[in-house]
Write a protein that binds this ligand. Structure first.
Ligand code: C5P
Length: 403
């Protein structure tokens, strides 16, 4: 089964009898890992209630283009940006016609125009309407523009006729949606990714650590696996689910993370250091719990090994990618890190900016390598991870070709 882990799906539901199947479709998409938000047209509300789809999707259903309240929450442009996929199911003959004409006279068609995400339609209508030359021409126009289609299927129709026009079954639609994201930019390669924080023990019950959630590293692992790589996460303590098709080694301290990473190096083509490794650890971890008998307590900290620099200095070495989180002079510091640590690529992110970076859902980064740099747009960690992986695949191929 293909998956939709980390994918945001906007499901557009139009007014046809198959709209009742949208409830099952939400479930099928979620079962494959997607976060689903629903847009309903006015016609859809005649067949299924917004409350049903709200309860199943766990998000308010989006219904109006010009609704001040809704625009204050997630407006049409944000919804269009949020989507990794716009899936329209059922897509009626009228909806196909309006999409083909480029109309933007309701929320669904406006989001369809405003999104850069792929669009998949699951047509559903009377067999004669599907066979009509106007519908065929509209569908051909949409497909020529790169819009994907699943179905319609053959069989009995609600109107009593038999023919082609039934909406495909929800499981088949979800499978097709998931299949749209499978590609092979890293096919056959082995990727190791460090993620999350490390914990440096003070005594048996206390430690020094940081607020890293591990989300970025886990999103990168999912994106690498999607790109066909055999992917292993070396993860500090986090509360995240392991992405599908990703192997995982759990560690606590920086030294354990280094050891686990070095053990994986003989089978590693690309190493991505995304972990927020503690720079220092207590020189001695007390054997027993430290008592609060003293007014002042001093700790002596010693430097931890630099994992990514150690990996980059190995022989043979994998293509090595590091992160640079900075609050000022981002690009200068990041380029310094590229050179000092001997990296092939640095992902630089400004952690001083509001709402992005450390422990948040959004991120905006610039990629730097010896011969250039590329700023990537601000987006959710899932889509950003996929963009980063695309660039890593390109830089990896260029480095192997000696470019
Ligand atoms: O030196 P700085 O901590 O800013 O570098 C960040 C990059 O180095 C990240 O890729 C991080 O995962 C990696 N790193 C490491 N081992 C350390 C410290 C940082 O691998 N001890």
């Amino acid at each position: 089964m293909a998956h939709l882990f980390n994918r945001n799906v906007v499901l557009g539901v139009c007014g046809g009898i198959a709209a009742y199947k949208a409830a099952f479709l939400v479930r099928e998409l979620q079962a494959r890992g997607a976060d689903v938000r629903v847009i309903m047209t006015r016609g859809a509300e005649a067949f299924i209630t917004p409350l049903t789809l709200q309860a199943l999707s766990t998000h308010p259903v989006h219904r109006d283009l010009l609704d001040e309240e809704a625009e204050r929450g997630m407006g049409h442009i944000e919804l269009a940006r949020w989507a990794d996929l716009l899936l329209i199911a059922p897509a009626t003959a009228d909806c196909l016609a309006r999409l083909a004409a480029g109309r933007a006279d309701d929320l669904l068609t406006t989001v369809a125009l405003a999104t850069a995400a792929p669009v998949l339609v699951a047509p559903a209508m009377n067999q004669q309407m599907w066979a009509d030359a106007a519908t065929a021409a509209n569908m051909a126009t949409l497909e020529a523009r790169g819009i994907h289609r699943v179905g319609p299927a053959d069989g009995d129709q609600a109107c009593g006729e038999v023919g082609t026009g039934r909406m495909s079954e929800p499981a088949a639609i979800a499978e097709r949606a998931a299949g749209l994201f499978e590609h092979g930019a890293l096919a056959g390669l082995r990727v190791v990714i460090t993620a999350g924080p490390t914990r440096e023990a003070l005594d048996p019950v206390r430690y020094l650590s940081n607020h890293s959630s591990g989300k970025m590293g886990f999103a990168l692992a999912a994106a690498c696996a999607d790109a066909g790589a055999r992917t292993t996460l070396v993860s500090g303590p986090v509360t995240l689910e392991t992405p599908p098709h990703v192997a995982r080694t759990d560690v606590e301290s920086a030294r354990e993370m280094l050891e686990a990473s070095l053990a994986l190096l003989p089978a590693c083509d690309i190493f991505i250091a995304c972990a927020a490794v503690a720079d220092y650890r207590p020189e001695h971890a007390a054997d027993d719990k430290i008592k609060k008998s003293e007014e002042r307590l001093s700790l002596t900290l010693v430097r931890n090994p630099d994992i990514v620099a150690t990996v980059a200095a190995a022989d043979p070495r994998p293509f090595t990618v590091g992160f640079a989180a900075e609050t000022r002079d981002l690009l200068a510091y990041a380029r310094g890190k590229l050179e000092r640590k001997g990296l092939d690529l640095v992902v630089a992110n400004d952690v001083s900016a509001e709402g992005i970076g450390f422990n948040s859902d959004d991120n905006a980064v610039t990629l730097l390598w010896a011969g250039g740099e590329a700023p990537l747009p601000r987006s959710g960690k899932g889509s950003l991870a996929r963009l980063i992986v695309q660039h890593i695949a390109e830089r990896y191929s260029a480095s192997r070709a000696g470019l």
